[in-house]
Design a binder for this molecule. Structure first.
Ligand SMILES: NC(=O)c1ccc[n+]([C@@H]2O[C@H](COP(=O)([O-])OP(=O)(O)OC[C@H]3O[C@@H](n4cnc5c(N)ncnc54)[C@H](OP(=O)(O)O)[C@@H]3O)[C@@H](O)[C@H]2O)c1
Length: 209
């Protein structure tokens, strides 16, 4: 697939680099030719192409949003998605590792509001970037689970294929309103791993009878 990335820092690079190795074409969307993260990303993987953000969206099948949540409104309102899948990898985090929108609405629903012509799927937020760099757990038969939420089944199916390429089992938790709960799982993970000393490669798994 052709995959566009808006934001190529810790999260964007980990996803783009692994997906490029699985044969996907990666377009880095950036309007700032001096972007430090873009320069670093292309120095580490010279198969990435850099174009403007709008050109990256227009030329891709799926767009990843991996920017600080605070800049999303301004970025998204200036763009046209023309019904493309937009994967929201961002988290609204407030003071004291709280939900940045006071748990009144998910960040993903705000992303959908700011990009009304996109099909938004929430994914890749329930862990730190360490598990996006390496999702391989050779001592286990289970794969780590990646929970996703969104309103469009076909888009979630596409994200599920990308999850498989990244080494995750997909768990579709439901509509985009459920992204709020995924964002709370993020806060739990961040408190456990970043604050309380759990290993940054711990993950959740899904088992059922
Ligand atoms: N870090 C984690 O473990 C983790 C895990 C899951 C989800 N998340 C979420 O993922 C998002 C990205 O986190 P990160 O750790 O990857 O951040 P990061 O390393 O700081 O990277 C942020 C990226 O966003 C770009 N960016 C910033 N402002 C921009 C703007 N106005 N227009 C276009 N691009 C802009 C930056 O480009 P420049 O270099 O040009 O500024 C950079 O490529 C956040 O919302 C975070 O909450 C983080």
């Amino acid at each position: 697939m052709k995959l566009a990335f808006i934001g190529i820092g810790n999260v964007g690079f980990a996803l783009a680099n692994n997906l490029e190795k699985k044969g996907h074409e990666i377009l880095l969307g950036n309007n700032n030719t001096n972007s430090e993260t873009v320069l670093k990303a292309i120095s580490k993987n010279n198969n990435f192409k850099v174009v403007t953000i709008q050109k990256a969206i227009d030329s891709s099948d799926v767009v990843f949003l991996a920017t600080p949540f605070a800049v999303n409104e301004k970025i998204l309102k200036a763009l046209r998605f023309n019904d493309k899948i937009l994967i929201d990898c961002t988290n609204p985090v407030g003071a004291g590792i709280s939900h940045g929108l006071q748990s009144k609405i998910s960040g993903a629903e705000k992303v959908q509001e700011w990009a009304p012509d996109a099909r938004v799927v929430k994914a890749y937020t329930i862990y730190g970037f360490e598990n996006l760099i390496d999702s391989n757990f050779p001592n286990y038969h289970l794969k780590p689970v990646m929970m996703i939420a969104g309103n469009d089944a076909k888009s979630k199916n596409t994200v599920g294929k990308l999850n498989s390429d990244l080494g995750f089992e997909t768990l579709d938790v439901g509509g985009l309103d459920l992204a709020l709960h995924l964002e709370h799982m993020t806060l739990l993970w961040v408190k456990m791993a970043r604050r309380d000393g759990h290993h940054p490669n711990f993950t959740w798994a899904y088992i059922e009878k």
